[in-house]
Design a protein around this ligand. Structure first.
Ligand code: SAH
Length: 473
């Protein structure tokens, strides 16, 4: 059986399975794990019913307690490991089981890579009906300490102030001491901050009663400058003991260059509110990718793994045919990184992005790097692109790098109308990549190359680059 298969199992098949099985919530069952879902959970069966088991991998034989039974599948948690898979390792982080952020940490790294590779091929084949040669995934030499950003909820739990990550499917926070995938400066800053907050008596937000102050702390690090930004997301604009807090953070974290505040007074699970202000230092961090420097504001998107980002952008740069005259559109451009990375070989660069701060950063980044032939527009790619077409603009190359939900169909239609010679699709979701590639394929684009890059080791997330060439005019 294929590894990823059941993540998308056909409904008819699963319904049949369900009818033949009676599974009781709270009971434990022996389960042979035979595959992994698209989000990295083990897949096995109780009778004929499909069961998802977090933290389990192919080759494990487990006793697991059923926690929910749905129409077509059940979920169960490992009680006891009867036989471990030969691919299993002991994760270097003791919190892996509770935290759930590193879904694949117990799988050998080369097997993680193999699974990701298979997953991309399978998604293309099954969802996109595309037979493409998927190049071997590019992994990390050292797949730890790679993340440059952590969004950390703060709360009182059992009378203690905790800062960490939410357990999967819950609002229970796993208190963070050290995180194997975060830059060590981030783990250090969390510890310091936790202590200072307790000492100064600054109350965390209480989501039951909508009281307290501090909701989230977002910590960013610049790998190239070893500098930190702390963004405090608060319910109230006023932070008690603010001056003392700032002075102690500065004193105890010498790498700190920026302290920001975002005010979010709403009763909501959305992290950020609309007001962001500088409390101390600079309102941005600067990091490098290759020879370019990038200004990153508190609310802008920046790739979380700067080491693999350079590799990712180098793959794009090598794949795209540019002679210095071509017009490149970088849609979903964030702070302009991919386009600016290619700009030295392009005649003109147009970037489109929906977050206003990111567009400002992109403009600044072009300026800082001496790139004069770049313009950036604020708005939705699917709205701005047709406007550019109506103005008579014609790109030679279009890069799209959408969020997980992929591109709007209307954007793909605009792209097919404007007929660029090449399209580069950078994707963080193989399923929507496959869907969109199939559409572009029917619009006359041949898939030339598919290259997965492991930007998120230890997790199920996969980044993939696809290069498409116009096959018919
Ligand atoms: N290419 C950038 C950013 C990729 S992340 C990089 O490599 O860093 C995706 C970006 O798309 C985010 O910055 C997000 O704000 C933006 N975005 C989301 N929906 C959008 C839309 N409909 N139109 C334009 N940008 C969008």
């Amino acid at each position: 059986m294929s590894l990823a298969r059941f993540g998308y199992g056909s409904c008819n098949q699963l319904m049949e399975i369900q009818q033949e099985s009676k599974i009781i919530i709270g009971e434990s069952y022996q389960i042979d794990i035979i595959g992994l879902t698209h989000d990295g959970e083990g897949v096995g069966r109780i009778g004929k019913m499909v069961v998802f088991v977090p933290q389990a991998i192919s080759g494990d034989l487990v006793i697991a307690k059923v926690i929910s039974v749905k129409k077509t599948y059940a979920r169960a948690l490992i009680n006891q490991m009867i036989k471990s898979s030969s691919d299993r390792i002991e994760p270097s982080c003791s919190l892996v089981k509770q935290c759930g952020g590193c879904q694949l940490a117990h799988l050998q790294y080369d097997k993680q890579l193999y699974w990701k590779q298979q997953h991309v091929s399978e998604a293309l084949k099954r969802i996109g009906k595309i037979k493409a040669n998927v190049l071997p995934i590019i992994g990390m030499e050292n797949p730890t300490a790679y993340r440059n950003k952590a969004q950390i909820p703060v709360a009182f739990q059992n009378q203690e102030l905790v800062m960490g990550f939410y357990q999967k499917r819950s609002h229970n926070i796993v208190d963070l001491e050290y995180c194997q995938i975060q830059h060590p400066l981030i783990s250090k800053a969390v510890q310091v901050m936790k202590r200072i907050l307790v000492e100064l008596g600054i109350a965390p937000y209480d989501e039951q009663n909508h009281t307290g102050v501090l909701r989230h702390v977002v910590i960013r690090v610049s790998f190239s400058e070893k500098a930190l930004m702390i963004l405090m997301v608060t319910r109230t604009r006023k932070i008690p003991q603010l001056n003392e807090l700032i002075s102690r953070l500065r004193h105890e974290i010498p790498e700190l260059e920026s302290i920001m505040q975002n005010v979010n007074p709403a009763v909501t699970n959305v992290i950020y509110g609309s007001e962001t202000r500088l409390l101390w230092g600079k309102p941005y961090l600067i990091d490098e990718i290759g020879k370019l420097k990038f200004v990153i504001s508190a609310c802008s998107f920046f790739q979380v793994n700067p080491i693999q980002t350079k590799i990712l952008y180098d793959v794009v740069k090598k794949a795209v045919f540019l002679t210095g005259k071509e017009t490149v559109w970088d849609l979903y451009c964030g702070i302009g990184t991919i386009g600016l990375y290619l700009a030295e070989n392009a005649g003109q660069l147009i970037g489109v992005e929906i977050i206003p701060e990111a567009v400002e950063d992109a403009r600044l980044n072009a300026k800082c790097n001496g790139i004069e032939h770049a313009v950036f527009y604020l708005g939705k790619a699917e709205v701005i692109a047709p406007k550019l077409v109506r103005q008579g603009l014609r790109p030679d190359v279009i890069i799209v790098d959408p969020p997980r939900k992929g591109c709007e169909l209307s954007l793909l239609q605009t792209i097919s109308q404007v007929k660029p010679a090449q399209i580069v699709y950078v994707s963080c979701n193989p399923a929507t990549l496959a869907r969109d590639l199939e559409i572009l394929n029917t619009m006359g684009y041949a898939i030339d190359m598919v290259q997965p890059v492991d930007v998120f080791p230890q997790t199920y997330h996969i980044e993939t680059i696809a290069l498409l060439q116009r096959a018919i005019s």
